[in-house]
Design a protein around this ligand. Structure first.
Ligand SMILES: [Zn+2]
Length: 461
């Protein structure tokens, strides 16, 4: 039963652009009807261009605090692994209340960038000295609370992290906050499951950190219990991000990471493989066919010097993609998609590589691909403005310099390749307006708490 309506001047619907669109909502904020060319409504019409809310499928909230602090050369031959040392410094210092403040800032910034849900790949489980908190999921629940503060939808993906290498080497001292045995990890999962059920727009998934951090038999045990809890819940894992990781996997198992995954687990549409940067052609084809989503983080992958995802072949093979802000060096739907396309342009010395065919807009093709892939990767009912889905809507500002004189798909291309985050004007999650004219409704308080947390954190480093 429709409770109320929202009206938008221009809307990207699954069948294309439409004008004067009335969207009828249920009490819970689901879309119950979409009607175009309806000009006689009582509600005010929201100006601008309305598009579906996007999913930020991969973020580590705590890393938001260090964005920009690892851009000074530490050794002269810096790499992912030297960046990781800086990240561990922040990770080891962060108290629960600080994580909550940092996460709220990140989630608000995600909303301001056009994301309406977040996949929190959370591996900071224990106290700074490695001891357990009274509540097993203390740190993850802080992220859940940060999501409630900002209004963003969340899929919490607590991380199973056990070892420091493919040969099950014991975790290092710097990893003490991350590490669990399967029983300890499942305590965290059960604790979150209870709380997720109480919060609107919250979901539970799991995230085995990477093949180098887990043992196959233990992961199987965890997957079995998760199947019982959430038969179609999402499973995320980092794989093939670094070439050193590929070499170590080959040495330990005789297989490349994606090849090993495909051969040892029932990889399906429930899986979101984060990065999947270094794949052979056969792995690319098989991963695409498996139905798994490639969770791409192009700005982080560029910042860390990871490598270039084989996007053209993966898309040609029918592979599904989604994007995430990962290290949060940039939090922007537009920048992720721009970097993804630009990496292919530089690689192939060509333009509009991912447009999907003649006369197609690159921006629209990419946006629709990650809207659908992202919704599936997080198990969230979003990804399009259509009946049955949650009313997660991003409104782009027609007055922004980059969007003046644009219409239809030109709006998307101009947002993604030119204007970026500054084009985002209003955000609705489940029909609730959280961002108005580029400002979050509680932005002042969220940033004040973040500033305090940052001061406390920096004093400890
Ligand atoms: Zn990550």
């Amino acid at each position: 039963m429709a409770e109320r309506k929202l009206r938008f001047a221009h809307v990207l619907l699954p069948e294309g652009w439409a004008n004067d669109v009335a969207i009828a909502l249920s009490r819970e904020g689901s879309i119950v009807a979409v009607t175009a060319n309806e000009t006689d409504g009582r509600e005010p019409t929201i100006a601008g261009f309305a598009v579906p809310g996007m999913a930020n499928v991969h973020a580590h909230a705590h890393q938001r605090a260090m964005a920009g602090f690892a851009e000074v050369s530490s050794t002269g031959t810096d790499s992912f692994w030297t960046w990781r040392e800086t990240m561990y410094g922040f990770a080891l210092a962060m108290q629960p209340a600080e994580l909550e403040a940092v996460a709220a800032q990140l989630y608000m910034e995600s909303l301001l960038a056009g994301y309406t849900s977040i996949g929190e790949f959370q591996y900071l489980h224990h106290a700074p000295d490695g001891s357990r908190y009274g509540r097993p999921a203390e740190m993850s629940l802080r992220c859940l609370s940060a999501a409630a503060t900002t209004g963003i939808a969340i899929t919490l993906l607590p991380t199973f992290y056990r070892y420091a290498g493919f040969k099950n080497q014991p975790a290092a001292a710097g990893q003490r906050r991350f590490v669990n045995d399967p029983a300890g990890y499942l305590d965290i999962v059960h604790d979150i499951q209870t709380e997720v059920l109480k919060q609107d727009n919250a979901r539970l998934g799991i995230s085995p950190h990477s093949l180098r951090a887990v043992a196959v038999d233990e992961l199987r045990e965890i997957l079995q219990e998760f199947d019982r809890l959430q038969p179609s819940g999402p499973i995320h894992l980092h794989a093939a991000e670094q070439s050193r990781e590929v070499e170590e996997c080959l040495t330990a198992t005789g297989k490349r990471p994606i090849e090993f995954l495909l051969g040892n687990f029932g990889i399906s549409h429930r899986w979101c493989v984060i990065h999947a940067t270094h794949m052979a052609e056969s792995e690319t084809a098989e991963l695409a066919r498996s139905g798994a989503i490639a969770g791409l983080c192009p700005t982080t992958e560029a910042n860390l010097g990871d490598g270039i995802f084989n996007a053209r072949q993966f898309r040609d093979e029918g592979g599904m993609i989604a994007v995430g802000s990962d290290s949060n060096i940039s939090v922007s739907v537009a920048e992720e998609l721009r970097q993804l396309e630009y990496s292919q342009r530089l690689k192939f010395q060509a333009r509009n590589v991912l447009a999907g065919g003649p006369s197609r807009s690159t921006g629209r093709t990419l946006l629709e691909a990650v809207a659908t892939g992202g919704a599936r990767a997080l198990g969230q009912p979003q990804g399009a403005i259509a009946s049955g889905l949650r009313a997660d809507i991003v409104v782009l500002d027609q007055q922004h310099g980059s969007l003046i004189g644009r219409s239809g798909d030109n709006v998307l291309d101009s947002w993604i390749f030119s204007g970026g985050n500054a084009c985002v004007k209003d955000i609705f999650v489940a029909g609730q307006q959280l961002v108005q004219q580029g400002q979050h409704i509680d932005g002042h308080n969220i940033t004040a708490r973040y500033r305090k947390a940052l001061e406390a954190l920096k004093a400890k480093l």
